[in-house]
Design a protein. Structure first.
Length: 178
C-alpha cells in the first residue's frame, strides 16, 4: 500500500523542507523541490498549503513588491515541526535531508546570483549581473557588462552562478579592503 499523506502531513513536509534547506526559498524553488523534482507534495496543494502556513505564522514571507520573496520557517514553525515531525515517514525524512544536503548550494546560487541579458538598439547585448541579499530581494552587488554578441551574453549569464562569489570577493577586496 502506498503512503498517501494528508494535508497536515503535507504541511509538515513543507516545514521539514524549509528546515533542512537552511536557506530562505522562493515560492518557485519550494514548488520545484517539493513538486517538480521530487513529487513529495502535489503542486496545487503545495501552493495552497504554503499560504496556510503563512497565515498560521509557521512560515514567514516578508512583504515586498517583488515576486521573488523568500519564505522561511519561523520559530513557531520549528516548534510545531519538532513536536510532529515523526508523522512524516522516516524514509521520506531521510530523502528530504539527503536532497537538501546535495542541492542546497545550487538553490542558493539560483536564487541569489541573478543574471539577465537584453538586446540593445545597436545590436549589442547588456548583461546585468546581481548578487541578492539572502533574506530580501535587495542587490548587494550589481554589475552591467555590454557584449557584442548574444552568445557572449549567454556565456556570461551561465558563468555568473559559478563565479559570482569570487567576483564579489575580488571587487570588495580591491575597493574596500585596501
Amino acid at each position: 500500500m502506498d503512503f498517501v499523506p494528508d494535508n497536515t502531513v503535507n504541511k509538515l513536509i513543507l516545514l521539514y523542507v524549509l528546515d533542512k534547506m537552511e536557506i530562505p526559498l522562493t515560492e518557485n524553488s519550494i514548488l520545484e523541490i517539493c513538486s517538480s523534482q521530487n513529487n513529495w507534495v502535489n503542486w496545487m496543494d503545495c501552493k495552497d498549503l504554503l499560504s496556510q502556513l503563512i497565515i498560521s505564522k509557521f512560515v514567514y514571507k516578508p512583504s515586498t513588491d517583488s515576486d521573488e520573496s523568500r519564505y522561511n520557517i519561523t520559530v513557531a514553525g520549528r516548534e510545531c515541526l519538532s513536536q510532529f515531525y515523526t508523522r512524516i515517514p522516516a524514509s521520506l525524512r531521510d530523502n528530504i535531508a539527503q536532497f537538501a544536503q546535495e542541492n542546497k548550494l545550487q538553490f542558493k546560487r539560483n536564487q541569489e546570483y541573478i543574471a539577465k541579458s537584453y538586446k540593445n538598439e545597436d545590436g549589442s547585448y547588456t548583461v546585468d549581473l546581481k548578487i541578492l541579499e539572502p533574506l530580501t530581494t535587495d542587490a548587494i552587488f550589481s554589475l552591467s557588462i555590454k557584449t557584442d554578441t548574444r552568445h557572449n551574453a549567454t556565456v556570461a549569464c551561465k558563468k555568473w552562478r559559478e563565479l559570482a562569489a569570487n567576483v564579489y570577493e575580488y571587487v570588495y577586496s580591491k575597493i574596500i579592503d585596501n
